[in-house]
Design a protein around this ligand. Structure first.
Ligand code: NAP
Length: 600
């Protein structure tokens, strides 16, 4: 029998604290679990070594794949591209935008960029610094750079792919050579990303010409030694049983907010506080019936699209985006129906078009501007249904193989009919024992500090409080030494104080050290979280000066911007900084990862 060498009997290269963490982690694990950890660590180490070598390779011999990503889509495409380049034996480096150094631009041979645009034309947080630099006066001339940009966006928004477009144009302006036309991908990313990946691979091959002799990096470890890691991902979701689904606002609340608990048991999925859960929704039966009635179609008729034949009802329920309107669908609908008003809007009136996209669901368009669609043509014109991301509201250290969500049900009346959201309606209607297709979407930029003695300041409005429940659970379970301060805002104290009992208990236990509340609709004047930030400015600034990490979660359009302005005011008023210095200070906190936002 082989002797098993306990880690303790080897001279450990780890610092004492990590040794302790490792021992805790390994305690009680079964042999097959220990072997899995050993094999995975070996693979990681080999990849790290290979990556280091790639980094050291002369820039002229390698391609770089650079990404800026908010919700993980751009990262995923960039990773795919890097793997494919690597598999051809060429040397490639995959870099997140906030790790890219200004001096590197001028050294690249081929730079492939994948970058998203958020809501109203905002960049992903990890790319802000890079974009400021390249747009600014200090950006270098780039005559030897060859590049290609894949822009990701959502055509429900007027500023579709704006960031990718700007970057693509700016690089050309700096003298770089565009070897591929800008590609713009909508929420069904793959339709554009797949051909762009093929084309990029060709360009990289041409530019780097002679393939390097090294074997593909991923073969650095014999594959037989590494068990297949994640079984479930975005394309192979795990159907998680619903363990609990409870309303957590009073019956008088104007909103329906639910707390859901799902089981991940047996899925092999794991997550960390700060990560999101991807949910593949299914459009509700009443909504599908509204479509069928409006179009006077039989849901049982078979429809073939992209080589697949399904009943029309299934296409509509499982495969097509029915709750978000896109410019592309408005265009297709105008072409089929020949409506002059719609055509005018599309051509000459971007402001009115933006309002239409914001206020109408596709069904409203069908009703308001009737058109004679053929079923197959309609299915082709509608965008594929895409998953929705929810910030996870639990820590595995506290809940084991479960994952908890805080869901606000979209439910409003417009044009005389009730309207819902795809995923929130689907989750709200998921009774206990129903199953929900899910996957984990890691969010590396929204992590508790590695040094647990750091203080943490959390700012959340509405369901934006979800990840902070995960943070506080984690800090409790790990016995973190730093203090925790929560700012929470919602409509009414009596109705909408989400997780009230848990916060009060955490205060009592000394796990939560400060709690500041802002209920916007209880008094004559609106009170928001940013009002509380200003009121507590002196102490807030002192915490930040002492190294606290700051987190914001919730609505990106208004709340996150107003909170940012309040933080600037706090630095000016209590830090004595000029406006420019305060701006630079916050930008620096963002860059360092000490100011993290999970907003959309
Ligand atoms: P909500 O009702 O839209 O808003 C929550 C509270 O924020 C209300 O008291 C609201 O006040 C207040 N508020 C409105 N404008 C504000 C502003 N400019 N600054 C500060 N506070 C403001 O909450 P919800 O329905 O639960 O939705 C929360 C939002 O967060 C949604 O947009 C959701 O998509 C987003 N969210 C994002 C993430 C993420 O990015 N990971 C996670 C969870 C939620 P009044 O309504 O009284 O004006």
């Amino acid at each position: 029998m082989n002797a098993v060498v306990a880690p303790d009997s080897l001279a450990s290269p780890l610092p004492a604290e990590k040794n302790l963490q490792l021992r805790r982690l390994l305690e009680g694990l079964a042999p097959h679990q220990l072997y899995w950890i050993a094999a995975s660590s070996a693979a990681l180490a080999a990849r790290g070594q290979a990556a280091l070598e790639a980094k050291d390779a002369a820039p002229t011999e390698r391609a770089t794949v650079l990404y800026g990503s908010q919700t993980g889509n751009a990262r995923r495409v960039a990773e795919r591209l890097a793997k494919r380049i690597e598999a051809t034996g060429l040397v490639v480096r995959l870099v997140r935008a906030d790790a890219y150094q200004p001096k590197e631009w001028a050294q690249e041979r081929y730079l492939a960029i994948v970058i998203s645009t958020q809501g109203e034309g905002e960049p992903p947080d990890d790319a802000r610094g890079l974009l400021d630099f390249i747009a600014g006066r200090r950006a270098p001339r780039l005559p030897s750079l060859r590049y290609g940009v894949l822009a990701l966006g959502d055509s429900s928004y007027p500023q579709f792919c704006a960031i990718g477009r700007q970057l693509d144009a700016r690089l050309a302006e700096l003298g770089a050579t565009r070897l591929q036309p800008l590609a713009e991908a909508d929420v069904d990313v793959d339709a554009v990303a797949a051909p762009w990946l093929d084309a990029t691979l060709e360009r990289v091959r041409e530019v780097l010409k002679a393939p390097a002799v090294r074997p593909p990096l991923l073969q650095a470890v014999p594959t037989s030694a590494v068990p297949e890691p994640v079984e479930h991902d975005r394309d192979r979701p795990f159907t998680a049983p619903v363990l609990a689904n409870q309303r957590i606002v009073s019956r008088h609340s104007e909103r329906e907010v639910l707390h859901l608990e799902l089981s991940l048991e047996g899925s092999g999925l794991s997550y960390q506080p700060g990560d999101a859960l991807g949910v593949w929704p299914r459009n509700s039966t009443p909504l599908v019936n509204q479509w069928l009635e409006t179009l006077r179609w039989d849901g049982e008729q078979p429809v073939t699209h992209g080589g697949r034949t399904l009943t029309l009802a299934r296409w509509l329920a499982d495969e097509r985006e029915l709750t978000r309107l896109s410019r592309g669908f408005v265009q297709a609908h105008a072409d089929v129906g020949g409506d002059a008003e719609l055509a005018r809007l599309l051509q000459d009136d971007p402001a009115a078009l933006a309002i239409l996209l914001d206020t109408h669901q596709p069904i409203d368009l069908l009703r308001r501007y009737p058109a004679r669609w053929e079923p197959a043509a309609l299915i082709a014109a509608l965008r594929p249904l895409t998953p929705r991301l929810y910030s996870i509201a639990s820590s595995p250290a506290a809940v084991g193989e479960e994952v908890h969500l805080t869901v606000s049900k979209v439910d409003y009346e417009a044009f005389g009919e009730r309207h819902g959201g795809a995923a929130s309606s689907f989750l709200a209607d998921s009774a206990e024992d129903a199953r929900v297709p899910v996957f984990i979407e890691p969010n590396e930029r929204f992590r508790l500090p590695a040094d647990d003695s750091r203080d943490v300041i959390m700012i959340g409005a509405g369901t934006g409080v979800a990840p902070f429940r995960a943070f506080v659970q984690e800090r409790r379970e790990t016995g973190a030494r730093g203090r925790n301060w929560l700012f929470f805002g919602n409509r009414h104290f009596g109705d909408d104080f989400l997780y009230q009992v848990e916060w009060l208990e955490a205060l009592r236990q000394g796990v939560l050290h400060r709690l500041d509340l802002a209920f916007s609709r209880d008094g004559a004047d609106k009170v928001y979280v940013q009002h509380r930030l200003r009121e507590r400015g002196e102490e807030l600034y002192a915490w930040l000066k002492d190294g606290a990490h700051l987190y914001v979660c919730g609505d990106a359009k208004h709340m996150a911007k107003d909170v940012h302005t309040a933080l600037l005011d706090v630095a000016v008023t209590h830090g004595g900084l000029s406006t420019d210095d305060a701006t630079a200070w916050l930008a620096d906190l963002l860059q360092q990862g000490r100011y993290a936002r999970d907003v959309y």
